[in-house]
Ligand binder design. Structure first.
Ligand code: ZN
Ligand code: ZN
Length: 234
């Protein structure tokens, strides 16, 4: 597996099997990314985006087709002229001796997916669980419970053999996450829902909603819109 980093703290992963290679995410602005990738692998390259934010889908224009979750179509750059293939839970990219499996993890965006290499015990998570902090304040907003459910699902996968989670902004972390990070995220999400989290503080930059707030629990920080909490007690 190759870790490719853009100059603006974006990360792409290139996984090469015996037959094909899979490029996971495309960064923001990397001129001729296709040429760059073809210098690393001679195998035919398939391109999957973990979600359709610009820092992950920014260079899809260099590729004739992409794979993505249908729930993120609303976020996709409109000018993309290539073929869009939809993936969903359990779909597999067979690269030859390496199989990469799709798992849907909504929250950060409605169509966020993670890519699992079960044999290697590795997960490529995009922004589904963020990079030390997760942005849940961007439109279209998902309920906090949706994010908590995704964390729970990831914890189960990590009980089942996934040990390393490589996020979509690796430069901030410089190592894969283990389960303790996902658990801290899930507990913090639950605390926000139950109104038992530490006091939230204003977050900047003000991206997404009008007044984003954030709370921290050990290694995990959640940025959220306090006006769209769907708290149990409300
Ligand atoms: Zn994102
Ligand atoms: Zn991102």
């Amino acid at each position: 597996m190759f870790i490719l980093e853009g100059s603006d703290n974006t990360t792409m992963y290139l996984v090469e099997g015996t037959e094909k290679a899979l490029l996971i995410d495309t960064g923001t602005r990397i001129k001729n990314l296709d040429t760059f990738v073809s210098q690393i692998t001679k195998k035919p390259v398939m391109v999957v985006i973990t979600h359709a934010h610009g820092d992950h889908a920014g260079n899809i224009k260099y590729f004739p087709e992409i794979w993505m979750h249908p729930a993120d179509t609303v976020l996709l750059p409109k000018e993309y002229k290539g073929k869009i293939n939809f993936v969903n839970e359990g779909d597999i990219f067979d690269l030859g001796e390496i199989q990469i499996e799709v798992s849907h993890m909504p929250g950060h965006t409605p169509g966020s997916i993670v890519l699992l290499d079960r044999k290697a015990g590795v997960c490529y998570s995009g922004d589904a669980f963020g990079a030390n902090h997760v942005w849940l304040q961007l439109k279209p907003l998902s309920p906090m419970q949706t994010y908590v459910n995704s964390c729970q699902k990831m914890e189960k996968l990590m009980d089942g053999g996934i040990t390393k989670v490589y996020c979509g902004h690796y430069v901030y972390v410089k190592k894969p996450y283990d389960k303790s990070y996902i658990t801290a995220m899930r507990e913090l999400g639950e605390d926000i829902i139950n109104n038992t989290a530490p006091e939230a503080k204003p977050y900047s930059p003000k991206r997404g909603c009008a007044n984003p707030m954030f709370v921290t629990n050990g290694p995990a920080t959640i940025v959220f819109d306090p006006d769209h909490l769907n708290r149990k007690k409300e």
